[in-house]
Unconditional design. Structure first.
Length: 717
């Protein structure tokens, strides 16, 4: 099976932040990982996922290694320097470097100083810069300007790079930079296939991408190394109410990590998205500004992007025709106001007419990011970043303009990161992060239409969903346009992720050793039970006109659930440079979670005995009867071989990857006794139902939940 991780990494550099205002395309038109991990910000990142490294060998004229030479890497954009001393084999290495333009110099008494400039590090790159010293009694300098080759005998993969020129120059409809992901082979944008659309689907808000065939839920987006979470009913990919991931002016480039990535990556196995044209108005505007507060020491960057859209969408709605309306029994007559009345001459299909229109959709979204970086010394750097995306959406649905959906979404990520160089061979990076997504989705009869006056199915609530000629599933395809309120209405989620990670890199001769630990405290306070307003399903147009409901779904007492979990991992990895042309990486990662737990002991799930489901749910602190995610071993191995020349590299790898479950509420929030869903046949004349009871004797409880001894999905690639 294929395993991929989406890693959007390389924000603009500090030096670029000085120019952001002039090259922002004058955003008067808005700002927003993979997994895929996506990384934005105009300042340099300082971490494996958001940084780069330089390695090489220093030799003399004869090709012999030069030990004890002093090598200095200088970022020419911000003036930051790092120094190292070559070992007995002439080797040196710099890790955790900010991406950008570099100059590498080497000096030793008795030799001319050698300087290599023009080195451009891209995100995730491990550049090879070999240097040659000339024997000389005269103090002189030899300077060469040449970029490091993108092809290198290293297991670090940057083949998924979407470069700076592509990000700046390629046109983007809506300025959603994740739309550039399909520039990489094996990545498909299938957002158009999701149920509903922008402002209508409550299952996801952002774009959906499949990386090497994996589900979009298996992608992980990191913002400055911290998970960027969205919120929706069952897909937590980030994206605003516009359906876009704004912030292109704060993104310099990004990389998609696919297949066989190192032990430092985890949690997710995916890519670690007839007539005149209706009126349309979109305004995107913003500004970027950044620069040095204290020369070569402190840098500040800020970016804002606004998005406003008014779109009259093309609508073709199937509604009861005049004859059907006349034939409806009295109890059904009020429900006919849930659809537009067909005009004279409208296309007619045996009781069903087609009505054309252009219902209005309005979207507001505001995105902003701010970043402060300080260089204390060659040994210490500190970064603080805050990003927020806030928006709302009102959509009169094309299937029935008398039915509307309302979405509000606010996503935030805050990061504090410190990198300390104990010695040229020992570097530590520590990161604290907080990510939050607040989400609300509801359906309602469109205000100002006759549908707004239709009484509800449950006392005290708006009218629910009406399905004519469809299944009893939630919001199915049907003969008539789905009417009333979306069955997934009145949904709210407040999702919080508290993250700590520490990563240590130790260089010993041919070996680059990496060790780390990652912990994430997870909270989700949510009310996402379906059928809170009820859903009435009629098997056909005729049964609707007769007022015979084949299935009436309703949840009389939705309850907020407060889910908690601790996710964690530790990992170790050794990258061995066996020869200059052959590199081997061996790694191991262990992940765990404490399960899916409810803070107030309200986790409800059904168990099985000999394959037979219980007639009463098990209620307790945990949704699971057994936690099978306490120990999740994940070996990793990779090799890079350059058999012919430096221009050709062959890479291979194998790894195991787990999909840690942190979005189970969609199934876990549908069970009695706290969120019971009932079904019963009814007649329209029996409505409305009192949520406090009593209920008709024919009601049956619908079980939900997940496998009580759930096994964590595992991929091998």
């Amino acid at each position: 099976m294929s395993s991929n991780r989406l890693l959007a990494v390389r924000p603009n550099s500090l030096a670029d932040s000085r120019l952001c205002g002039s090259r922002s395309n004058w955003m008067w038109q808005r700002l927003a990982l993979l997994a895929l991990f996506m990384l934005l910000s105009c300042l340099p990142p300082v971490r494996a996922q958001v940084s780069a490294s330089i390695k090489g060998i220093v030799t003399d004229q004869s090709g012999a290694p030069v030990p004890a030479a002093t090598v200095t890497a200088r970022n020419t954009e911000i003036g930051a320097e790092r120094s190292a001393v070559t070992d007995d084999a002439g080797r040196y290495q710099f890790v955790w470097l900010a991406v950008g333009q570099y100059e590498v110099a080497v000096a030793k008494p008795g030799f001319q100083q050698a300087v290599r400039g023009g080195i451009r590090l891209v995100v995730g790159q491990e550049a090879t810069v070999d240097l040659k010293l000339q024997v000389s009694a005269v103090n002189a300098e030899v300077k060469v300007t040449e970029d490091a080759s993108i092809v290198s005998a290293t297991t670090k993969d940057i083949s998924g790079l979407v470069g700076e020129q592509q990000v700046k120059d390629l046109p983007l409809n809506g300025r959603s930079y994740d739309l550039l992901l399909p520039l990489n082979p094996g990545i498909v944008n299938f957002t158009w296939m999701k149920t509903g659309g922008t402002g209508i689907s409550n299952s996801t808000t952002g774009n959906n991408f499949a990386v090497s065939g994996n589900r979009p839920q298996q992608n992980l987006f990191l913002l400055n190394g911290v998970e960027f979470t969205g919120a929706a009913e069952n897909n937590m990919q980030p994206g605003g109410t516009s359906g876009m991931l704004l912030g292109v002016d704060a993104v310099r480039e990004f990389n998609v990590q696919r297949d066989s990535y190192g032990a430092e990556f985890g949690k997710r196995p995916g890519g670690q998205v007839v007539g005149d044209a209706p009126p349309f108005r979109r305004n995107q505007f913003g500004a970027s500004m950044g620069g040095s507060i204290k020369k070569d020491k402190t840098f500040l960057f800020g970016n804002y992007e606004g998005f406003r859209q008014s779109l009259h969408q093309t609508s073709a709605t199937f509604v009861p025709d005049a004859a059907s309306r006349a034939a409806a029994v009295p109890s059904v007559q009020p429900l006919l106001n849930l659809w537009p009345t067909p005009p004279a001459g409208a296309p007619d299909f045996s009781g069903i007419a087609e009505v054309f229109g252009s219902p209005l959709q309005t979207i507001r979204e505001d995105f902003g990011t701010a970043r402060l970086d300080h260089i204390f010394s060659q040994r210490d750097t500190l970064s603080g970043i805050y990003t927020v995306d806030d928006g709302n959406d009102f959509t009169a649905t094309p299937l029935d303009p008398f039915s509307s959906d309302v979405v509000t979404l606010r996503e935030q990520v805050a990061t504090l990161e410190e990198t300390h160089v104990f010695s040229p061979a020992l570097v530590n990076s520590a990161r604290f992060g907080f990510s939050r997504a607040g989400y609300f989705f509801t359906g309602q009869p469109t205000p100002g239409t006759p549908a707004a006056s239709v009484p509800g199915f449950l006392i005290g609530h708006p009218v629910g969903a009406v399905v004519v000629g469809g299944s009893a599933a939630s919001n199915p395809q049907a003969q008539l346009g789905l009417a009333g309120s979306n069955n997934g209405s009145n949904l709210s989620i407040a999702r919080n992720l508290y993250t700590f990670e520490d990563h240590v890199t130790l260089t010993r001769g041919r070996h680059q050793l990496e060790f780390g630990a990652w912990f994430q405290r997870f909270q989700s306070n949510e009310t996402i039970a379906l059928s809170q307003f009820g859903q009435a399903t009629f098997t056909s147009l005729q049964t609707f006109l007769n007022g015979t409901i084949s299935s009436f779904l309703f949840d009389p007492s939705p309850t907020e659930m407060n889910w908690r979990s601790l996710l964690g991992a530790w990992y170790a990895q050794d990258t061995v440079r066996i020869t200059p042309r052959l590199t081997l990486t061996l790694g191991f990662r262990d992940e765990f979670t404490t399960g899916w737990n409810e803070a107030h002991g309200r986790a409800s799930n059904y168990t099985f005995t000999n394959g037979v489901i219980s007639n009463q749910p098990h209620v307790g602190d945990s949704l699971f009867t057994e936690n099978n995610a306490k120990f999740l071993p994940q070996p990793r191995i990779a090799v890079a071989w350059s058999p012919f020349s430096a221009k050709t590299v062959i890479r291979a790898g194998f790894g195991m990857y787990n999909d840690l479950q942190d979005a189970l509420g969609y199934r876990a929030d549908q069970n009695a006794p706290f969120n019971p869903t009932f079904t019963t046949p009814l007649t329209v004349s029996q409505l409305p139902i009192n949520p406090a009871g009593p209920f008709p004797a024919t009601v049956k409880l619908i079980p939900g939940g997940v496998q009580p001894d759930l096994q964590t999905p595992t991929l091998m690639s």
